[in-house]
Design a protein around this ligand. Sequence first.
Ligand code: ATP
Length: 141
Amino acid sequence: MKRQQYLVIGLGRFGTAVATTLYQLGHEVVAIDEQEENVQRIMNQVTHVAMVDATDERALAAIGIQDFDVVVVAIGADVKANILTTVAAKSAGARYVVCKAIDDMTRRVLEKVGADMVVRPEHDMGVRLARKLVRPHSFDD
Ligand code: ATP
């Protein structure tokens, strides 16, 4: 498996799980957050960390966002920051941007502003659990 480069933006529960798992799977992971304590918490569990306001397009360009294979925007509750970060990431040259959305309206907006993929963790996991309960021996776990 080719070693990929990932940039994970936003280190709440979701972003932290994505970043640390990608790193454990052998990939290069840069994790950023605007809060110093969140950056400190994950420091030894990923390749590099940085404290950055991800809505700042120039700051994203300065960390070389265009060089990453995938950028994950894992900002949930702050919908404005999520959308502005997605726009900034695409404008700064990100190749493939995966965004977290808290609801369907946010998903639609994120797709309109250029997100390549949008996930809704609570919704998607609910669908998956329901399917698993109906077909417990399914390979889709
Ligand atoms: P969780 O993933 O914990 O379920 P969540 O997705 O709602 O919740 P939030 O608390 O909204 O998580 O934010 C995720 C992280 O994104 C937080 O650590 C927050 O500091 C960070 N964040 C929010 N805005 C920005 C920004 N402009 N630049 C960088 N990081 C940001």
